[in-house]
Structure formats: structure tokens, C-alpha cells
Design a protein around this ligand. Structure first.
Ligand code: PLP
Length: 263
């Protein structure tokens, strides 16, 4: 398994083709793109009768250069997301310490220590999908003596085999394990990616909200204390309508991603 599998791919990636970048990195105005995303977030929140300052925008900067991340940071943004450990470890030290980094990719146990020591300002790991990785995170946080780490439980709401995440029926058990057995972790919500081609997006998002009801009931916590991380460039407005508190937006802020060509 490789890190790159835990990500939403552009539709044409499913055929193995990689989309051409729409613009070169130099042509991207990160600040303007960020403003327009916030406008759309505000509109979606208003439409849903929600307060938009309860919705966090995580700017997903994977594959993008530090200079472009810096541009978006300088425009006033603090939350960024990466999903490859190696890339995050390389970029984070070159950027301001008050950035709140979200790790959103598949995490292997042997990468936990390098991630936590390399990124002291790691704010959240959104992709905890079994007891083992939760236990490893818990132990390493304790060993290095950093403050408690927020984690979300990743749920596979689309039923696709290639997707990481616990089955919806397992989310209560895993959330309970994090809350009760991992004292160095702070359970902070649920995350999902949803169907890559967006065909069942509303169902996926409704499923995550249903998981939250069950988790909150079982753990005895109010729903406001359990975030819903759902919604990406192609579906964040719908996600906000359906209750998302954390949207993860990459290409709409940073431009299309360029991957090495597969042959
Ligand atoms: C890449 C990625 C995103 C952002 O995707 P865009 O469609 O570019 O907004 C969000 N979540 C995860 C888990 C990702 O891997």
C-alpha cells in the first residue's frame, strides 16, 4: 500500500491517466483563490442556515511548493493539510510554526515517530482507521512528550475496497477505543472521503453524519464536540449543507496537481 492511495483523485485518474495542470504554479494567485473559496463557504453556510466560522477550511497543499503555501499563509490562512509523511516532514520546517497541520493520508505505524518529531505543530491526524495506529500514535505522543494530539476516525462511507477507513459499523468501537484507551489522544471527530466520482456523495456524507450520532450517543458527548471532516474541491458546498465542520480543499486553492506520468 502506498500513501498516494488515500486520496481523492480527479475522475480521469481512475483510468490511470493524469490530468494536465490547468496552469503553472507561478500563474496561481493563492490569495485570490483562497478568498473565492471563503466566499463560497460563506454562501453555502448561509444557504444551510449555519454559522460559517464553525467551518474550517484546510488548504490541502500536497505536491505544491513551499512558496505557494507561503503565499496562502501570507494571505492569513493557518490550516494546511498534507497526506504524504515524507512531504510533510520536508515542508513543515520551512514554514511558520503557527501553521496548524492536518495529516490526512494513510499512516503506517513506522512513520508515526518521524511524523510527530518532524512536525511539532501537527494539529490533527484525520486518518486514524484502526486500533493499532491509534495505539502507536498514543504511545509516541507520550514518549516524545508533546501535547495531546487531536485525531479523527476515518470512515469508509463509500464501500470502495480501495479506500482506507473503518467500516461505518466499526466507527463507534474505534472512537470509543481512542477516547477511553488512548489518553494522549483527543478524539475530535470523523472524516470521510466519499466516492471518487461523486456519484453517491450525499449518501456518503449522510452516512458520516449518522455515524456521528451513534458515536456521540455511545460516548456521551454533544455533537458539537465531534467534527465532521468531509467535502473537497468538487463537493464542499454540499458537504457544508450536510453538516461538515472541516472541508479539505486542494486544487481549488492551489491549482490542479501534477503527478509523474504513469506508463
Ligand atoms: C487531495 C485530498 C483532498 C483535496 O482534494 P481536492 O479535490 O484537490 O480539493 C482532500 N482530502 C484528501 C484526503 C485528499 O487526499
Amino acid at each position: 500500500m502506498n500513501d498516494r492511495e488515500n486520496e481523492a483523485k480527479p475522475i480521469n485518474d481512475q483510468t490511470g491517466h493524469v490530468s494536465e495542470p490547468a496552469m503553472s504554479a507561478a500563474a496561481i494567485d493563492g490569495a485570490a483563490a483562497l478568498r473565492s473559496v471563503f466566499q463560497r463557504v460563506n454562501q453555502a453556510a448561509e444557504k444551510a442556515g449555519r454559522v460559517s466560522d464553525r467551518i474550517r477550511v484546510v488548504a490541502v497543499s500536497k505536491t505544491k511548493p513551499v512558496s505557494l503555501i507561503r503565499q496562502v499563509y501570507d494571505a492569513g490562512h493557518k490550516s494546511f493539510g498534507e497526506n504524504y509523511v515524507q512531504e510533510m516532514i520536508e515542508k513543515a520546517p520551512q514554514l511558520p510554526e503557527d501553521i496548524e497541520w492536518h495529516f490526512i493520508g494513510n499512516l503506517q505505524s513506522n512513520k508515526v515517530k518521524p511524523l510527530l518529531t518532524g512536525v511539532p505543530n501537527l494539529a490533527v491526524v484525520e486518518s486514524v482507521d484502526d486500533d493499532k495506529i491509534a495505539n502507536t500514535l498514543d504511545r509516541v505522543v507520550g514518549n516524545i512528550g508533546r501535547k495531546p494530539l487531536k485525531v479523527m476516525v476515518q470512515v469508509n462511507t463509500s464501500g470502495e475496497e480501495s479506500k482506507f477507513g473503518v467500516e461505518p459499523s466499526g466507527c463507534v468501537g474505534l472512537a470509543k477505543h481512542v477516547k477511553e484507551a488512548c489518553l494522549n489522544l483527543e478524539f475530535s471527530g470523523l472524516m470521510t472521503i466519499g466516492m471518487a466520482d461523486y456519484t453517491s456523495t450525499p449518501e456518503n456524507f449522510k452516512m458520516l453524519a449518522k455515524c456521528r450520532s451513534e458515536v456521540c450517543k455511545e460516548l456521551g458527548i454533544p455533537e458539537e464536540q465531534c467534527e465532521l471532516s468531509m467535502g473537497m474541491s468538487g463537493d464542499f458546498e454540499l458537504a457544508i449543507e450536510l453538516g461538515s465542520t472541516n472541508v479539505r480543499i486542494g486544487s481549488t486553492i492551489f491549482g490542479a496537481r501534477e503527478y509523474p506520468k504513469k506508463n
